[in-house]
Design a protein around this ligand. Sequence first.
Ligand code: PCA
Length: 213
Amino acid sequence: MKTVLLTGFEPFDQDTVNPSWEAVRQLDGVLLEADVQIVARRLPCAFATAGECVAQLISELRPAMVIATGLGPGRSDISIERVAININDARIPDNLGDQPIDTAVVREGPAAYFSTLPIKAMVQAVREAGIAASVSQTAGTFVCNQVFYLLQHTLAGTAVRSGFIHVPYLPEQVVDPGQSSMALDAMVDGLLKAVLTAWQTSVDVMQGGGQVS
Ligand code: PCA
C-alpha cells in the first residue's frame, strides 16, 4: 500500500478549531486507488516543532506524496500554493509564544521552493467540481509557509512530490458577514479532488491564472 500524507494544523490565535484539520481528518483512510491510501495527521502550530513533526512523519510513513494544508484567514477559496519562501515573519505569536521576525527558515537555503504538484490541474479539477479554487502566489510568512518550505527542502531531488493548500474559515468561525468562509463538506470534497488530481497528474496543464500585480 502506498501512502499519500495529508496534514492539517491545530487551532491557533484565538480559534478553537482549525478547518484544515477538520477537513483532512475526514479523508484519513480514503483510497485514491486500490493500493494508494490517504493518511491524515495533525501538526502543531509552532515554529519550533511543526517542521520536526513533518520530518518525523515522512521518515515513519515513507509517503509517496505529501500535501500539507492550513487555514488562510480571509481566503475565499481552496488556495493551491505555488511557492514557499525562506522567511519567517510572524505577525502574531505561535502556540508556543514564539514570534520570529525576518529569520530564515533554513540558513543558507535557497530563497524559495516551488510546489512540485500540478497546481493548475488541481485548480481546474476543484473548479469543475463546482468548488471555488485558485493558485495562490504566497503562502504567507507564518508557520504554514515554514512547513511548506521545509517540506520542499526535505523532499527536493526525490521522487516524492509535495505542496501546500490553504483553506478558508468555516462559516461558524466568522462573525463579520463580509468575511469569506467555506462549508466543511465543500472543503472536504475540494481537497479530495485536489489530492486525487495531484496523484493522477504528472504533467501540469497550461492554463492562464496569474495576476497582474
Ligand atoms: N494557518 C497558519 C498556520 C497554521 C494554519 O492553519 C498559516 O497560514 O501560517
